[in-house]
Design a protein around this ligand. Structure first.
Ligand code: ADP
Ligand code: ASP
Ligand code: MG
Length: 413
């Protein structure tokens, strides 16, 4: 049988009992085929480590953060191997650097540059199942080897990158829900599990808050042609297959939401070329990821420009704005926090304006004000007050009849 890469998220490894149950599953699979397993840190370990760092330092160095966070995955990898040995399953744990995962040297958001699978192949050839720590690699443009981490949720990217490098073409992502749903099943009880979803659809859902897959892992799967199945480590459900193409997409695949959003507005700035570029260069220098961008019509040589940024980056966004305020001649910079994005995603959205009016109508009926709107070919996103996001998701899910399969092509829109 061909090689398989499996990934178990923190939610599947949160305690000794869950590690035992993952070990049962891995040992059973390893009897019939070569297996590489990527693991995340146990439960909320990464959040706990981030919190600990913040308690000890107001601005910890990113290098030290990566040294710290990478330990979480080592704990689960070694414990899983111990549980496998108990089951008579030959196995070995490898940290990212031992598994040949090279990255650039951007701490906390490192990109995988190369994977040398020699060590993994060697261990597999000895009949061992290889357990690799997710979310990390080794980078070294400074001349020294440094431990790097890939960004939150990064074990998904590790798993897909390994599948691509090992020519496995198949990767199973195990989590605490049965697959990809029409909305977060924790928020929308009647959300439906999708049997398949296109790369484009899950990429948009993930980028706009559906935590179930890290967006970069979806990009990797598409580029390297890896088939991904998202499945539950708790039940035997067949899960969701990511694949197909736009022709096989859904009218509306699902609703995503993201809280912890802040809006930064440059008020009354000069309405002249290069102003937007100056602002974005400053935000990039300060490592702030700004995404939705809205510029108003100019009046008398002045205009307003707003961007959304993660609330956690609020201070850096303000510092970046101060850097360039005089250059772009802005009268004021304001920040409004506590906001959320709600997004409707599906291949059908490109074909009719009806979807936008259903979305705006639904939010309007709830008395929810829309602060900003952005669209892609297959997504409509509205920025709204954060406190109303969950209610908005539930009502949008009903308005698009996603509970009864109304988002599928075979049904009338
Ligand atoms: P893991 O620990 O396995 O990496 P995550 O917490 O990162 O798990 O992702 C799984 C969670 O993603 C689910 O528990 C669910 O609450 C959330 N989620 C958000 N949107 C969706 C969606 N559309 N489909 C499935 N799960 C979703
Ligand atoms: N443990 C890391 C995180 O919590 C990576 C992952 O879970 O994929 O973000
Ligand atoms: Mg995850």
């Amino acid at each position: 049988m061909s090689l398989l890469v499996q990934k178990y998220g923190g939610s599947s490894l949160k305690n000794a009992d869950r590690i035992r149950s993952v070990a049962d599953r891995v040992a059973a699979e390893a009897r019939s085929r070569p297996l590489v397993v990527v693991v995340s840190a146990m439960g909320d370990t990464t959040d706990m480590l981030v919190d600990l760092a913040r308690r000890l330092s107001r601005r910890p160095e990113q290098r030290e953060i990566d040294m710290l966070l990478s330990t979480g995955e080592q704990v689960s990898a070694s414990l899983l191997v111990m549980a496998l040995h108990e089951r008579g399953c030959p196995a070995i744990s490898l940290a990212g650097w031992q598994a040949g995962i090279r990255t650039d040297s951007r701490f906390s958001t490192a990109r995988i540059t190369d994977v040398n699978v020699d060590r993994i192949r060697h261990e597999l050839a000895q009949g061992r199942t290889v357990i690799v720590t997710g979310f990390q690699g080794v980078g070294g443009d400074t001349g020294w080897e440094e431990v790097t981490t890939l960004g939150r949720g990064g074990s998904d990217a590790t798993a897909v990158a390994l599948a691509a490098s090992l020519d496995s073409c198949e990767c199973e992502i195990y989590t605490d829900v049965s697959g990809i749903y029409t909305a977060d099943p924790r928020i929308v009880p009647d959300a439906r599990k999708l049997d398949f979803i296109t790369h484009e659809e899950i990429l948009e859902l993930a980028q706009y808050g559906a935590q179930v897959m890290m967006p970069r892992s979806v990009e990797l799967a598409q580029i390297w042609n890896v088939t991904v199945h998202v499945r539950s480590s708790y039940t035997p459900d067949a899960g969701t297959r990511i694949g197909g193409n736009m022709e096989y997409g859904h009218r509306v695949a699902g609703i995503a939401h993201q809280t912890g959003v802040a809006k930064v507005t440059f008020v009354g700035l000069a309405d002249r070329p290069k102003v937007a570029q100056t602002i974005f260069e400053a935000l990039t220098r300060w490592n702030v990821h700004a995404d939705m961008i809205v510029q108003n019509i100019g009046h008398h040589g002045r205009t307003d420009l707003s961007v959304t940024v993660p609330e956690d980056d609020r201070e850096s966004a303000l510092a970046a704005s101060e850097d360039v305020r005089a250059l772009v001649d802005a009268q004021q910079v304001t920040v409004k926090g506590g906001m959320a994005k709600v997004s409707v995603v599906g291949a059908g959205l490109s074909s009719s304006m009806e979807y936008a009016s259903t979305m705006f109508g639904c939010l309007g009926d709830l008395g929810i004000n829309i602060d900003m709107i952005s669209t892609s070919g297959i997504r409509i996103t509205c920025v709204i007050e954060g406190g109303r996001a969950q209610e908005a998701v539930r009502e949008l899910h009903a308005a698009f009849h996603l509970d009864t399969g109304g988002g599928a092509w075979q049904d009338s829109a």
